[in-house]
Design a protein around this ligand. Structure first.
Ligand code: SAM
Length: 267
């Protein structure tokens, strides 16, 4: 097992985990097995971002048809290709932010990653914005980041991002993960979150809807009415408030996803 403190220390030798690449390796093989089992489909290729020493990769191979793994750090890449000998694994020495993921457009894929925390949001957005057939995205993130994606209406974390993500995906908190199952241990606890697509993608609709949602939250402390005034005419605003029977003082964070969809229809 790669996800084991003795193995990790041995293969790392004189190397230290690189903070700038968000390197925190999983050292509990039971948790890694659970994540992989939940993330994969035996008929599907799994794309892994940041395989590191290969602890999660090893388990992804157990439950997937094949694995493509993208690693930015040459030291990790060298250790990984020495550690796992499996024809179903392709490892790319590449910054995932530069990867052309359109190569996956003709097949269903799964994505799984213990994400490097410094680049969590850009990586997720790269995936969310793509029109690939990704049937499930399963990621380890810092607990607070997970809370934001799952945030409910009226809560402090609820914002344009929560609404857009919850429109596109069924977002599920799969498990909480304590800091002591990582080496080195990070400062905060983590969570495994999964995203399963729930709508057919429609680029034109998304452009209009996402812009409505983002513009409604531009000035979070101001009323929705004040935000609307920046991009809608008075007649349209009046129609929205009457049709949805909204209070003039309501703020964007008090509206549900369904409310925003109704407003979008009126535009
Ligand atoms: N998968 C391993 C595990 O769970 O033990 C390592 C996870 S560690 C949190 C994040 C990994 O992502 C590191 O191996 C790091 O070098 C790699 N990484 C960081 N930035 C990356 C990027 N932009 N593209 C690809 N890999 C990246």
């Amino acid at each position: 097992m790669i996800s084991n403190i003795n193995h990790v220390k041995r293969v790392m030798g004189n190397l230290s985990a690189k903070k700038k690449y968000g390197q925190n390796f999983l050292i509990d093989s039971n948790i890694v097995d659970k994540i992989a089992k939940n993330a994969c489909d035996s008929n599907c290729l799994t794309v892994e971002i940041g395989p590191g020493l290969g602890g999660l990769t090893e388990m992804l191979l157990k439950y997937s048809k094949a694995v493509d793994a993208y690693e930015i750090d040459k030291d990790m890449y060298d250790i990984l290709i020495d550690s796992i000998d499996d024809k179903r694994l392709n490892v790319y020495l590449e910054d995932f932010m530069d990867t052309d993921i359109s190569k996956y457009q003709n097949q269903e894929i799964r994505v799984c990653s213990n994400l490097p925390y410094y680049v969590t949001t850009p990586i997720l957005f790269k995936l969310f914005e793509s029109t690939l057939n990704i049937s499930k995205i399963t990621v380890m993130v810092q607990k607070e980041v997970g809370d934001r994606f799952k945030a409910k209406v009226n809560s402090e974390d609820y914002n344009a991002l929560s609404i857009i993500v919850q429109y596109l995906y069924d977002v599920k908190h799969e498990m909480s993960v304590p800091k002591n199952v990582f080496y080195p241990a990070p400062k905060v606890d983590s969570a495994v979150i999964s995203f399963t697509p729930k709508v057919d993608r429609d680029a034109e609709f998304e452009k209009k809807f996402f812009s409505l949602v983002k513009n409604s939250f531009v000035m979070r402390r101001k009323t929705l009415h004040n935000n609307f005034k920046q991009f809608l005419d008075n007649e349209t605003i009046e129609k929205i408030y009457t049709t949805l029977n909204l209070d003039k003082n309501i703020r964007a964070q008090e509206l549900t996803l369904a409310d925003f969809l109704k407003i979008n229809e009126l535009l």
